[in-house]
Write a protein that binds this ligand. Structure first.
Ligand code: NAD
Ligand code: ZN
Length: 347
């Protein structure tokens, strides 16, 4: 059994280390062994780095992290039928049990026994990893590895934007992090009307414009509600997509909604926000729903269509590329909001 360099949560405390770990040598009958070509850093990886409350509950060190990636199939289990050695894949990171109530009712993305690659199983910030056959998503051979590696967060954006009508609808997106920026591109590609975006970081505000936002506002400097009212004859927006995980952004979003509007909540809040339930939700007749992960696998087919038909161009969102050993640099840039997607390459 050989070894490989990996980014590991070694102890139950803040930080990550790069160290030698064994190359996985057991591939189950319905699993595949993958060789990583590129892997990108997700906000979740920053939380794991910081060892926040969620990480404490979900991660049992030592654990190889990383879950957004592009890879090549190098070995298949004996019962694998849908993949062959040499296939170019990315992965759905939610591992569903297949037998629980949610799985059996078409809701694998919220499986009762869900495991996440790079959280509950060893991940992709290394050379080789093993995943279930079902989780591997075959990429077109001409898809650049950087773009292939960011399809998982793209799936969050696609699922959120397309979880209701979007064509000819005015949209407010709060938060233009990687997923908010992808959501702008998807909403534009799918025929949204006016796309209003709120964001505080300069880099991300500029990218929001490039992704197709009609208006980009800084909520700390501008009155978003007034702006939305002026733009929509006092009615508000049809669709609100919360992608910041900030309470003040949620408040702005709910107050900016048109009556009977659709609100999709993706952002995760540090602590449960307080909302004006009577005036902003009930009397407005809003439709609010939560978004977890990506629909398995409807969302992936939508991603495939958007990319294959060149409806979206995400190349500008890959702001930095580093060898795996320089991951700390990527984490620093992301924490300062000076990067969007940082792609790492195993050595
Ligand atoms: P991110 O944290 O990089 O993006 C959030 C953006 O919001 C940042 O660019 C930040 O500058 C901006 N922001 C901060 N305060 C703001 C404010 N008051 N108004 C508007 N914008 C503000 O994260 P991301 O990777 O793009 O993910 C977006 C959110 O979705 C995060 O909260 C993340 O935890 C969550 N998420 C949820 C799921 C899910 O399955 N529900 C999956 C992935 C990520
Ligand atoms: Zn299940």
């Amino acid at each position: 059994m050989g070894t490989q360099k990996a980014i590991v949560k070694e102890n139950p405390e803040a930080g990550l280390v790069i160290k030698d770990v064994p190359i996985p040598d057991k591939v189950g009958p319905k699993e595949v062994l993958l060789k990583v070509k590129a892997a990108s850093i997700c906000g979740t990886d920053l939380h794991i780095y910081d060892w926040n409350d969620w990480s404490k509950v979900n991660i049992k060190p030592p654990r190889v992290i990383g879950h957004e990636f592009a890879a090549e199939v190098v070995e298949i289990g004996k019962d694998v039928t849908s993949l062959k050695v040499g296939d170019y894949v990315s992965a759905e990171t939610h591992i569903a049990c297949g037998t629980c109530y949610m799985c059996k009712t078409g809701n694998k993305h919220i499986c009762q026994n869900m495991k996440i690659i790079g959280v509950h199983t060893d991940g992709a910030f290394t050379n080789y990893l093993v995943i279930p056959e079902e989780n591997a998503w075959k990429n077109p051979t001409d898809l650049p590895i950087e773009i292939a590696s960011i399809q998982e967060p793209l799936g969050n954006a696609v699922y959120t934007v397309l979880s209701g009508d979007i064509a000819a609808k005015d949209v407010l997106i709060t938060g233009a992090g990687p997923i908010g920026l992808m959501a702008i591109a998807v909403a534009r590609a799918c025929g949204a009307g006016k796309i209003i975006v709120t964001e505080v970081s300069e880099l991300r505000k500029n990218l929001a414009k490039e992704m197709g936002a009609s208006f980009v506002l800084d909520p700390t400097k501008e009155n978003v509600l007034e702006f939305v009212k002026d733009l929509t004859d006092g009615l508000g927006v049809d669709v609100g997509l919360e992608m910041s995980g900030k309470e003040s952004a949620l408040e702005t979003l709910l107050s900016s909604m048109k009556k009977r509007g659709r609100v999709s909540l993706l952002g995760v809040f540090d602590s449960d926000p307080v909302i004006k339930l009577n005036n902003d939700v009930i009397f407005k007749g809003l439709d609010i729903h939560g978004i977890t992960g990506r629909l398995m696998f409807q969302t992936w087919y939508q991603i495939k269509s958007l990319l294959e038909n060149k409806r979206i161009d995400l190349s500008k969102l890959v702001t930095h590329k580093f060898p795996l050993s320089k991951f700390e640099e990527g984490i620093k840039l992301l924490k300062k909001g000076e990067a969007v997607k940082v792609v790492l390459y195993p050595e």
